[in-house]
Design a protein around this ligand. Structure first.
Ligand code: ATP
Length: 220
């Protein structure tokens, strides 16, 4: 059993999240992919973040028809801020022991991973899959290598055949070039305030949910 964990604020979930995670699911032959909306995002200004229940509902609507996708409420039902390191422990303790689990994140998130709680522990627990994302192209290979060696461990080395950084005692870090979707939740919230259409940006059911609930109309 191969399983991907894909966390985010999903404020709201958009086609960027959906399309790139599909590519990863196929490439890594994942049987299941868990979408995990965070409760209190420790890295984002709380202003403008929709209620966790709404973000969870939208995530459910977005992936309900997608094969192998699951939505986990583990972070929003846990009290306090959402820390990825705790979420990984939860999944490692509850999934079958032989499950191969991967953590999936975008390059923008990876570049600030050193601000996450106990981030170094992540690299002892499970392999990471880092997806390319428009807006981070300026970060070249050298800069990325330095980021990994300085912030995580000096003993990571690049291996071409897997396009990944390997380590003798830590878990691999895979770099994956996915199709570029220049979409962000921030842009979507702006588009909503301008009362423009969300067609091709979020699934129709999500657009309808946003409209019905009047979400993101007055965000800053
Ligand atoms: P915001 O604009 O509010 O910061 P966001 O669009 O970055 O939101 P998040 O929910 O914060 O969305 O992202 C969750 C995860 O998905 C992160 O790891 C992020 O890097 C990744 N991600 C989001 N959009 C894309 C995209 N278009 N391409 C690749 N990765 C993405």
């Amino acid at each position: 059993m191969r399983i991907g964990l894909f966390g985010g604020t999903f404020n709201p979930i958009h086609f960027g999240h959906i399309h790139v995670s599909k590519e990863i699911k196929n490439k890594f032959e994942l049987d299941q992919l868990y979408m995990i909306p965070s409760a209190i995002p420790p890295h984002k200004k709380r202003q403008g973040v929709a209620d966790a229940r709404d973000r969870l509902n939208m995530t459910r609507l977005a992936v309900s028809s997608l094969d192998g996708y699951l939505v986990s409420d583990v972070e929003i039902t846990r009290s306090g801020p959402s820390y990825t390191v705790d979420t990984i422990d939860y999944f490692k303790n509850t999934l079958p022991e032989n499950a191969k689990i991967f953590l999936i994140l975008g390059m923008d998130a990876f570049l600030e991973i050193d601000t996450w709680k106990s981030y170094k522990k992540l690299f002892t627990k499970l392999p990471l899959i880092i997806m390319s994302r428009p807006g981070t192209e300026h970060v070249g290979f050298q800069e990325l290598s330095s980021h990994i060696r300085e912030k995580i461990s000096n003993h990571y080395y690049f291996q071409k055949n897997c396009n990944c950084f390997k380590h003798q005692t830590k878990q691999s870090i895979y770099l994956v070039k996915v199709s570029p979707y220049d979409i962000s939740s921030t842009d979507i919230r702006k588009i909503i305030r301008r009362k423009q259409s969300l067609k091709y940006l979020v699934p129709e059911k999500v657009e309808q949910y946003i409209k019905n609930k009047g979400l993101y109309l007055h965000d800053i």
